[in-house]
Structure formats: C-alpha cells, structure tokens
Write a protein that binds this ligand. Structure first.
Ligand code: HEC
Length: 426
C-alpha cells in the first residue's frame, strides 16, 4: 500500500515537472512569430516556412544553430550603438530557450488559442508582413525578361515608364521580385529627362549603356532592395518627391543561373495623402567624400577609408540610414558630431554582410543640428581570409558598380527639422 502511494506521488511529481518543462507552444512559438515569420512564411522570401510546430521541430537543431550563432534573424547593426524601429535581434534569454527546448527533445506542449496575443504591439505586427499593401500604382517590367544561362552574376537595367502628369509624393515603395531564385538585389532610380527610355534588360557590361547615361538622374538611389528589406514606408505626412514626367529605372542584380531563366519584377507605390507634405530628401555620402583617397584597396591589405560631409546648413531630422559596400566590406560605422562636440551615433555594423544590407529606420526622428558633420568609416578585407573575396589570389580593387569592384556609400533619408520631431515615433 505504502509503495502505491509513493509510486503515485512520484508519477504526479514527474508529470507536473514535465508539464512545466519548456515546450514549443508556450515558449518557442512566440519567439518564432516575432522574429522569424516575417520571412519564413509560405509566401515569404526565406526558402522554407516556420509557421507550424512541425516546420520548426523538423529543423530544430538547425534553428538552434542559426540562432545561437546569430546568423538568424539577419540583422547586422549593433543595437548598443543605436536603436532602430526595424530592429530584429534575439535576446540571450530567447536563444537560451531555443537551446533548452532542442536539448529537451523539442516537446510540443499544449496548443495556445489561435489568436496571437504576443504580436500585440504595432511594431511587432509590422514585422509580420505578409499581404502586400493596397497600392496606388503597380508598375512592372515591360516584358518578361529572358536570361540565358550565366556562369556569373549580372547587372541589368530596365526602364519602367510612368510619365505622370502631375507631381506626387511617394509614401511607400515596395519591390516585388519576379523570380526569387534569380533576383539577388535591386536598386530603384528616378529619371526625369527621358534619356533612359527604351532601356530594356541591357547589361552593365555592354558599352552601349553609356548612351543612356548622358544626364544626371533626378534620384540615383530611391530605394535599394535586398531580401528582407521589401518596403520603405516614409513617416506619416512625409514623402519622396516624384516630379511630373518621371520614369523609373530598375537596376537588377541577378545571381548566376545554370539554366536559362525568366524574371518579371515590379514595384508598388502609394502616394502621400495629406494636406501638408514634408519632403524626404536623400543625403548620400559617396566615394568622392573620402578624406584618405585614393579609393584603392590593395591585394592582401585591410584598409579603412573615412568619409565626411561639409557642416549641415540647417537643422534636420534623420529618418534612416543605409550603408553600402560590396564583398570586401568588413566593418562600417557612421556618426554625426555636433558643433557642441556631441556625438550622435547613426549606425555600426561590426561584421558587414553583403547579403543583408538594410535601411535602418530610427525609432523617432533623429535631430541633427545645423553645423554638424557626418562621419563614416568603412573597413575592407582584401585578403584570402575573407571568404567572400571574389578573387583568389586577391587583386587590387577600386571603385565600380560591379560586385567585384567596391563602393562606399551612406544613404540617409531626412526631412527639415520641425520643433517636436524628436518625440515623434517613426
Ligand atoms: C529578413 C528575413 C528573415 C528573417 C527575419 C529570418 N530569416 Fe531565416 N532565412 C532567410 C533567408 C532569405 C534564408 C536563406 C538564405 C540564407 O541562408 O542566408 C534563411 C535561412 C534560414 C535557415 C537556413 C540556413 C542555411 O544555412 O541554410 C534557417 C535554419 C533559418 N533561416 C532560421 C530562421 C529563424 C529561426 C529565424 C528567427 C529567429 C529566421 N530564420 C529569421 C530570411 C530570414
């Protein structure tokens, strides 16, 4: 009799301990929902979905590996330097929970009601982007583009004709890749001169491209798309000016393809709907602002280059920053120094990753006062130790658009400062 009691007590004890044990529905699902589903849903850009228990459990070890190494979620900026609206990083505790769950044999636990209570606040909801927004305009390549078999990556240019009658302000821009296997990244530009009409899939290595490059573009860097950076939405009441008579140019970066492939990519825009519109201006730091020129990255060297602007002529409110380098990029850091000597951190990328170049949006408008200077420093690793180095043995590299060349840019979106901006969440 005594033994039966002990047995019953022990079973109860073990069962209740198990019930409290780490499990999927209670502990892991909320992490996946907040940090992964944005890309890992059935129509998302990631190669597989992580929507269900089975999806995650069947890849448990892999999920544990990519999270503990911080390879996923892909977010490269250091959040001890500056915080962002679109920050997506796991805490140490969240990583620990995933590790424990896998070690415990990936128990499912009890399913929690279908509503998503964890995705309560707006910011987290915004991370679970799935359906495209209602658009005012969708405009695609004129014809499906046929890409022959290609051993190497290719940059191609397309003319997306718009010729709008009146001036508009763009609120959101979304890029919709046609062939997700082929499209590596893309860049959207605005032309108001008509000089690029007729450009339709021409390669950047085709010298006839120069006939299209006779006049400066109205906006040479409207939006840069990489997987995970699907859309830019300017803060309420602000927008990018689209002059009457504009056309878009899409610069597509295609991955190598062992077989002929097709692509038909498009963009979606919404326009600002507000009585008073604040114009979003782009400030681009470029290679000619490097203070230790020439911009040459010698083979087997790890040089750092420094860029700086002239003092700002007025008070401004920064919206976002987007650094840009190619495959030799190693580190990138940018900050502003005010006339009073204060440092305003902008972005720090301790381990540059060419595949994950993002627009980092500040949590609130970031006021940068008149007279401030923007500084940026970029380090490049042109040794064999850089696994992404496209040349082996390394060769001297300098400026160019091709991925084997290098670039150094910082693209900043801002508006003119208005009192109270620093309290407005973006
Ligand atoms: C911004 C979009 C995005 C987010 C957010 C994201 N992933 Fe991914 N993930 C991708 C893409 C794209 C790939 C495929 C390319 C690659 O492996 O780099 C990928 C690949 C993976 C892989 C396979 C890695 C490999 O080497 O093949 C795993 C596992 C993974 N993700 C898990 C996760 C988990 C877990 C989270 C959340 C904690 C997450 N991902 C968040 C886009 C994302």
């Amino acid at each position: 009799m005594k033994f039966i009691f002990i047995y019953l007590f022990l079973s109860w004890f073990v069962l209740s301990a198990l019930a409290q044990q780490i499990n999927y529905h209670q502990h892991i699902a909320p992490i996946i929902r907040t940090h992964c589903l944005r890309c890992h849903h059935p129509a998302g850009i990631a190669p597989f979905s992580l929507e269900t228990f089975e999806d995650v459990a069947s890849r448990g070890g892999f999920v544990q590996y990519v999270t503990s190494t911080r390879y996923m979620p892909p977010f490269k900026a250091d959040n001890t330097f500056q915080h962002y609206k679109n920050e997506n990083l796991l805490s140490d505790l969240e990583i620990e929970k995933i590790t424990q769950w896998v070690a415990a044999g990936k128990p499912a636990g009890k399913r929690i009601k279908a509503s998503h209570p964890e995705v309560a606040d707006e910011h987290q909801k915004s991370l679970v982007v799935s359906a495209p927004v209602q658009s005012d305009l969708r405009i695609g390549m004129r014809n499906t583009f046929h890409m022959p078999e290609m051993q190497k990556e290719e940059f191609r240019y397309f003319h997306l004709p718009l010729q709008n009658k009146e001036e508009k302000f763009i609120q959101t821009i979304r890029f919709i890749p046609g062939n997700k296997k082929l499209v590596h990244h893309s860049r959207l530009m605005i032309d108001t001169t008509g000089a690029i009409a007729g450009i339709n899939g021409i390669s950047e290595s085709d010298t006839s491209i120069y006939q299209y490059q006779t006049k400066p573009l109205a906006d040479p860097f409207l939006f840069g798309w990489v997987p995970g950076n699907d859309e830019i939405s300017f803060p309420k009441g602000t927008g990018k000016r689209l002059h009457a008579g504009s056309d878009f140019i899409l610069n597509m970066h295609y991955a190598p393809t062992p077989v002929p492939a097709k692509d038909s990519s498009s963009i979606q825009l919404t326009y600002v709907d507000a009585p008073i519109i604040r114009e979003v201006i782009t400030l681009t730091l470029k290679e000619d602002q490097i203070s230790n020129l020439p911009f040459i990255i010698p083979a087997n060297k790890i040089p750092t280059f420094y860029m700086r602007t002239l003092p700002l002529e007025e008070d401004v409110s920064f919206i976002s920053v987007m650094p840009h380098m190619h495959l030799l990029g190693k580190k990138f850091k940018a900050f502003a120094i005010t006339p009073a000597g204060d440092v305003i951190p902008l972005v720090n990328i301790p381990e540059w990753d060419f595949n994950w170049q993002m627009t980092y949006v500040f949590k609130k408008f970031l006021k940068v006062p008149k007279g401030s200077i923007i500084y940026a420093e970029g380090q490049y690793d042109n040794t064999r130790n850089n696994p992404k180095n496209p040349s082996n043995p390394p060769i001297d590299v300098t400026y160019g658009w091709g991925t084997k060349d290098e670039m150094m840019n910082l693209i900043i979106y801002y508006v003119k400062y208005q009192v109270g901006d620093e309290d407005i969440p973006l």
